[in-house]
Design a binder for this molecule. Structure first.
Ligand SMILES: CC(=O)N[C@H](C=O)[C@@H](O)[C@H](O)[C@H](O)COP(=O)(O)O
Length: 234
């Protein structure tokens, strides 16, 4: 089904690249101003939107860039840790996210709310859109039914019960894109331009790339391993 995405924020990312700018706890780049600079660099390269983590990062990026901003807040030790509670979601909206990304799996949320209750509360209290990060086809269907405005394949391969493909799970993406009445965003393990193109071909409404653009430690590891594991011809 072709989603009818009339919302201007969604129109602005339709068929475009969104760059996820995130550093992990303890890393040298885990700094809001650094992430703001990374986001600005991505924007200069043609990113149509930015996905970012944490209230302070979001505030800095919002102040610097007039692009659609997908916000999340990774917090806590529970299985559900991407914007795990309504309070987190409201803080993400308050920080300036146009789209609030939340865990869209069916797993219990730390605040006891279900996904539909969370989505409804975000809509009513902030007017912002909600992106549900899912790991399976069934979760995508349920998330759309729960009122999510966008569904992302973000968590495919990151729940114990979902399939972890080498690159993006293009089959999952294609099935969701064909069946859901809302835009389906490809996200997760898109590491090459070919994979980004394949995601578009499979029906992605927009493509989110993080690690391969904004995580130099991982990119360095890819190259370092290739160099050290390659045998010279003679
Ligand atoms: C599973 C999870 O926690 N994903 C997070 C969600 O925001 C980020 O750590 C990813 O970097 C993001 O989804 C983009 O994916 P990739 O970095 O593979 O391009």
């Amino acid at each position: 089904m072709t989603p009818t995405a009339a919302h201007p924020v969604l129109e602005a990312i339709r068929g475009r690249l969104v760059v996820s700018c995130q550093a992990y706890p303890g890393e040298s780049m885990r700094d809001p101003d650094t992430m703001r600079r990374v986001a600005e660099a991505a924007a200069a390269g043609g990113a149509a939107g930015i996905r970012a983590q944490g209230v302070e990062d979001l505030r800095r990026i919002r102040a610097a860039l007039d692009l659609p901003l997908i916000g999340l807040w990774k917090d806590g030790d529970a299985d559900v840790h991407i914007t795990p509670t309504l309070e987190h979601a409201l803080a993400v909206a308050e920080a300036g996210a146009d789209i609030v990304a939340v865990d869209g799996t069916g797993r219990p949320r730390p605040d006891g709310r279900d996904l539909a209750g969370t989505v409804t509360a975000v809509h009513e209290r902030t007017g912002r859109l909600v992106m549900a990060d899912v790991s399976t086809y069934e979760e995508g269907v349920a998330a759309a039914e729960a009122g999510a405005d966008v569904v992302g394949t973000t968590l495919a391969g990151y729940t114990p019960y979902s399939r972890r493909t080498d690159g993006p799970d293009l089959d999952l993406l294609a099935r969701l894109a064909a069946d859901l009445p809302v835009p389906v965003v490809a996200e997760g393990r898109i590491h090459t331009t070919e994979q980004a193109g394949a995601a578009v071909e499979a029906g992605a409404y927009a493509v989110v790339v993080g690690t391969a653009i904004t995580h130099p430690t991982t990119i360095t590891r890819w190259f370092a391993e290739r160099v050290t594991s390659t045998t010279p011809r003679s």
